[in-house]
Design a protein around this ligand. Sequence first.
Ligand code: B12
Length: 208
Amino acid sequence: MPSLTPTQQALFDALVGLDEGGAVLRLEECRTQLGLGPLVADLVLPVMREIGLGWERGEVSVAQEHLATQLVRSYLESLRRPPVVGGHQVWLACPPRELHDLPLLALALLLWEQGWEIRFFGANTPLHDLHRATRIVHPEIVVISGDDPRRLRAAAVPLDLIAQETTLLLGGRAAHQVEEELPGRVLPPDVVAAAQEIRELLPAARAV
Ligand code: B12
């Protein structure tokens, strides 16, 4: 697979080879040598994308993809220690029926590292409930992301309501396809750039 760097290839091979120890070793090496940004943006997410391409070509099975997803997810979740308390709040969620929340989890980690208090609601979140919660807790920023634009469009009403309460940002492939149709500013596709943009938005972010 020439599109991968040697480091990415090594993680890809460990994941599809069901070699949990090898995969964690690759992830740890990258994190300790390069840090969280390169870990998620240059290793984890490109490798997940490649696993999807392999699945499309019939070279990677659904079982291999599921194990890779679970392993990467539990590794990323293990990095969020200890939780930040008392910082500015960013909430992150996917709309109903949207299950692709790994890039959002990666963004959550980067924001946590920047000292933000993170509430990661994750996949398939009822956005009317989330809207009601914003009226009580007043987070500075709410990020909604997903892969399928139909799931974002279907959430137009609660997105509108959330945008009336706080600063709404949209991410993922879905967001780029609905640009201008829905309220909220679209984040850049690169999660490191997105985390940077959120940091710069802070002074203007609104928590009413
Ligand atoms: C892991 C995975 C799953 C897991 C999700 C696990 C999880 N918790 O996230 C599971 C098994 C649940 C799953 C299910 C399905 N999946 Co899936 N999945 C993937 C896979 C392999 C990796 C996803 C991933 O994390 N990618 C890494 C991200 C970073 O890559 P990206 O999606 O290209 O994102 C780019 C940007 O949009 C941006 N980005 C993405 N999200 C966000 C969020 C924020 C906030 C920001 C700032 C940026 C950002 O980063 C990337 C560019 O740098 C992809 C393959 C792929 N190409 O990605 C398929 C893929 C997304 N899945 C696909 C499909 C078809 C499905 C299913 C319909 C399969 C089925 N028949 O059931 C279901 C739908 C489930 C649902 N209702 O949501 C297709 C989507 C096709 C399309 N878009 O037209 C893909 C592309 C696979 C393929 N090659 O066909 N999937």
